[in-house]
Design a protein around this ligand. Structure first.
Ligand SMILES: NC(=O)c1ccc[n+]([C@@H]2O[C@H](COP(=O)([O-])OP(=O)(O)OC[C@H]3O[C@@H](n4cnc5c(N)ncnc54)[C@H](OP(=O)(O)O)[C@@H]3O)[C@@H](O)[C@H]2O)c1
Length: 258
């Protein structure tokens, strides 16, 4: 039972900061594990989802049962639709009060070289992976006097390999946004990024897929979720850290060993 696993607890606490987090794409996979991790540290969680309504609802029920003194609410929004993104933060605030932490985790990860990327395909990835975090970050900074934002990028931002061209470009842009926003919105708001590498295989692939890819990285194995959770705690616990990128990729950003 996943809830019994208590991860190392973060010490993050600021008297003036609301202990409520909005996590985009939190019904499944990495977003869900982060939600469990933060619930274990006492956070109230705004669980954003889009198509995974059933998973989100079951997840919320489990969280309420396990952490009865905390608040867990569901917010559906299609991050490909500007008006739904623009409304998301105010819907959360209206229902749960102020938030202290925003985690831009939701993303579209679809293959396609530059030459094979239609404009609609490009726009969808840009909207969900970059435009939505931009809008949420700006709205967060306009609304709150303190807080932390964590953007999920990808170790692919260091290469120019184009098999996931649109996706990679959105993540490169999100890293640039992270730095620019950290400079403009400090000292009140700290903004950092996490760049996962071989963490979870795509839903249609098994674990062996990641092990095959890991043969060419420095650490020779997939990292799983723990490096991400440790990096998140590191960001939350370091109140002088802003505009930084933590690679959770076993050295994949260094290049291939052969
Ligand atoms: N998995 C990895 O190994 C890996 C590696 C490098 C980087 N990352 C990054 O880490 C983060 C989490 O990875 P992941 O593999 O857990 O992500 P994922 O499963 O590919 O996507 C997470 C969630 O994004 C949401 N999403 C997609 N399109 C959306 C839309 N139009 N509107 C609203 N939400 C939408 C989906 O919500 P619904 O299901 O509710 O529709 C989905 O559950 C991502 O930013 C990813 O780029 C992951």
């Amino acid at each position: 039972m996943i809830f019994l696993k208590i991860w190392p607890s973060g010490l993050f606490e600021k008297n003036n900061m609301a202990k409520t987090v909005l996590i985009t794409g939190a019904a499944k996979r990495i977003g869900k594990v982060i939600a469990i991790h933060l619930a274990n540290q006492g956070w109230n969680i705004a669980i954003h989802f889009n198509t995974s309504a059933e998973e989100a609802s079951l997840f919320r029920d489990e969280l309420i049962q396990t952490f009865p003194d905390q608040q867990f609410e569901l917010f559906r929004a299609d991050l490909n639709r500007t008006e739904e993104v623009e409304e998301l933060l105010s819907r959360v605030i209206q229902s749960m009060g102020n938030i202290g932490l925003l985690i831009n985790n939701a993303s579209v990860f679809e293959p396609g070289s530059l030459g094979k990327s239609s404009t609609d395909f490009f726009d969808r990835q840009m909207n969900v992976n970059f435009r939505a975090p931009f809008i949420l970050t700006r709205n967060f900074a306009q609304t709150f006097k303190s807080g932390v934002i964590v953007n999920f990028v990808d170790t692919r931002i260091v290469t120019n390999q184009s098999s996931f061209a649109a996706y990679s470009l959105t993540k490169k842009a999100l890293w640039e946004l992270t730095k620019m926003a950290a400079l403009e919105f400090g000292p009140e708001i700290r903004i950092n990024a996490i760049a996962p590498g071989l963490t979870l295989p795509p839903e249609e692939k098994g674990k062996e897929y990641l092990w095959e890819l890991a043969a060419n990285i420095a650490m020779k194995r997939p990292g799983g979720l723990e490096p991400i959770l440790k990096s998140l705690d590191f960001i939350l616990n370091n109140d002088y850290l802003t505009g930084q990128l933590l690679f959770c990729d076993g050295g994949e950003n260094l290049g291939s060993t052969n």
